[in-house]
Design a protein around this ligand. Structure first.
Ligand code: APR
Ligand code: PHB
Length: 391
């Protein structure tokens, strides 16, 4: 088989890219290791920047998001039992974020893909990529015991942090930057009304907590936990009790609890691989970088990578290679700003096991500065809603 672009991975990066290429008349196939149900079953983030919302509209898959998503104009920081609102809308000249679960977004794109009759191979095993240092790359995979080969012009590595694409690049051609944090997030999803109308990021001496949501009737909560914690040790009651202890008395009192639909622990990591292009192979999304979830940037960065990549590929087929030539450099500028912001939010709001007393005091002063300085709040808001594209 021959296609113009072989996309590896049907997460948000691969699916959005597939849609953008389809709109432009570029022939692509997506190879995904897992089943559609597995991909849909992963509970991930739920906050979309305006630029991600615009991109989904451009890809023609924004209708249900606009109908069912919640537009948020602010977030709360809860520090020492006091709520401080960050007026995202007011501080950024009218920008907002959209609350819409990644699961829903994935479902929308999968359905659009199906309706348009686009090629997706689920349960594609043993995917391997070849000759991407030439103009004739190839991708091989095994489906139902039979080996298949695809010839293509380009390979898009959208296969997440543990995928095969980044791992196929010669070691001496890639530089990894990494920071691992000494804690994880224990997440709980429940069909209960959210604790508040907007998200609450909680800095507490017992550890960070986050009150988030998927809709008016479905909530998502997180607790900072040591890496040694096991989810089996967190019965729902224990989770709710610990969450209450990290909230202010009023929020704790009105918190509606219920049985969990999902509960899991995720470690926090910052990671960037440079560059993002190796001949005819491009890395995008989690295959190239990871952010800790504190800034809600993971999905948004995946969207901004594939925006650059789709434009680059479209220009290439119109005779202009500038877009793909500058892909890595342009993406990395935006990636590092989101990495910085996510790292900063993480440092500011979490409790670190062995913080030096001086550093602790400096962090407390910084937090006080953030909530009381208009300039600092503006910076936070500008980053949270998403930085503008530099095209
Ligand atoms: N072959 C084919 N597919 C693969 C392979 C492989 N060897 N390895 C991984 N995959 C698939 C995974 O099963 C997954 O569906 O690639 C997909 C990668 O999806 P994500 O991990 O979601 O990564 P990405 O699309 O970059 O999305 C980034 O969304 O999922 C969140 O936390 C993530 O916020 C981040 C953003
Ligand atoms: C979520 O709703 O899952 C969520 C929201 C904001 C974050 C991280 C996760 O910063």
């Amino acid at each position: 088989m021959r296609v113009q672009v072989a996309i590896i991975g049907a997460g948000p990066a691969g699916l959005i890219l597939g849609q953008l290429l389809h709109k432009a008349g570029i022939d692509a196939i997506i190879l995904e290791l897992h089943t559609p149900d597995y991909v849909l079953g992963r509970i991930r983030a739920g906050v979309l920047e305006q630029v991600a919302v615009d991109l989904l509209d451009e890809a023609g898959v924004g209708a249900r998001m606009h109908a069912e998503g919640l537009v948020h104009r602010g977030i709360d920081l809860l520090i020492e039992n006091r709520r401080h609102r960050i007026d995202l809308h007011g501080l950024t000249g009218g920008k907002t974020v959209m609350i819409y679960g990644q699961t829903e977004l994935t479902k929308d794109i999968m359905e659009a893909r199906k309706a348009a009759g686009l090629k997706t191979v689920y349960e594609a095993k043993e995917v391997s990529i070849h000759d991407f240092d030439t103009t004739h790359p190839r991708v091989r995979y095994v489906k139902d015991g039979t080996t298949h080969e695809i010839e293509c012009d380009f390979i898009a590595g959208c296969d997440g942090f543990h995928g095969v694409c980044r791992a196929s690049v010669p070691r001496n051609a890639i530089t990894n930057y990494e920071r691992v944090y000494p804690f994880g997030w224990l997440g709980l999803l429940s069909d209960t009304p959210p604790a508040s109308e907007e998200l609450i990021y909680v800095k507490n001496e017992r550890g960070f907590a986050l009150c988030s949501m998927r809709s008016h009737t479905r909530s998502r909560y997180y607790l900072q936990v040591p890496l040694s914690e096991r989810v089996e040790h967190w019965a729902d009651d224990r989770f709710w009790e610990e969450l209450r202890r990290r909230l202010d008395p009023q929020t704790a009192e009105t918190l509606v609890t219920g049985p969990s639909i999902e509960k899991s622990i995720a470690p926090l990591r910052s990671f960037v691989a440079e560059p993002l292009r190796f001949g005819r192979l491009f890395l995008a999304g989690d295959a190239a970088h990871i952010v800790p979830p504190t800034g809600a940037k993971g999905l948004n960065l995946a969207a901004s990578d594939v925006r650059y990549l789709a434009r680059g590929l479209i220009d290439f087929y119109h005779g202009d290679a500038n877009g793909i030539d500058s892909y890595s450099e342009r993406c990395l500028k935006r990636i590092w700003k989101a990495e910085r912001f996510s790292w900063w939010m993480t440092m500011l709001l979490h409790r670190f096991p062995d913080t030096h007393a001086f550093d602790q005091k400096a962090l407390e002063a910084e937090l006080d500065y953030v909530v009381h300085s208009l300039a600092a709040r503006t910076t936070l808001a500008e980053n949270y809603v998403g930085l503008a594209f530099v095209d």
